[in-house]
Design a protein around this ligand. Structure first.
Ligand SMILES: Nc1ncnc2c1ncn2[C@@H]1O[C@H](COP(=O)(O)OP(=O)(O)OP(=O)(O)O)[C@@H](O)[C@H]1O
Length: 70
């Protein structure tokens, strides 16, 4: 039996591969991410759709499907 581990599956959002959570606020989670096209490291803020809509943080409905990621 091989002892090699299968690499962990990473969530991708477009050209960004999401890593660990680096912080959380009232309405969002901030995650480390890497641009797989150029290797840039960035922070991505993922808004809580229900909180945003509940607090009317947008004037018009925005189709946020980011909740489905986590
Ligand atoms: N660009 C960034 N790089 C690294 N960490 C970040 C970045 N932006 C935010 N964070 C981390 O994520 C946390 C949450 O950020 P967020 O902006 O959602 O909330 P906040 O403004 O700190 O708090 P609240 O929304 O409750 O007022 C921050 O406290 C910080 O630790």
């Amino acid at each position: 039996m091989s002892s090699r581990k299968t690499p962990a599956t990473r969530t991708r959002v477009g050209k960004y591969e999401l890593g660990k959570t680096v912080g959380e606020g009232s309405f969002a989670k901030v995650k480390f991410a890497k641009n797989v096209e150029n290797g840039d490291n960035v922070a991505i803020k993922i808004l809580d759709r229900d909180q945003v809509l509940r607090h009317k943080m947008v004037e018009h409905g925005v189709n946020l499907n980011l909740n489905d990621l986590f």
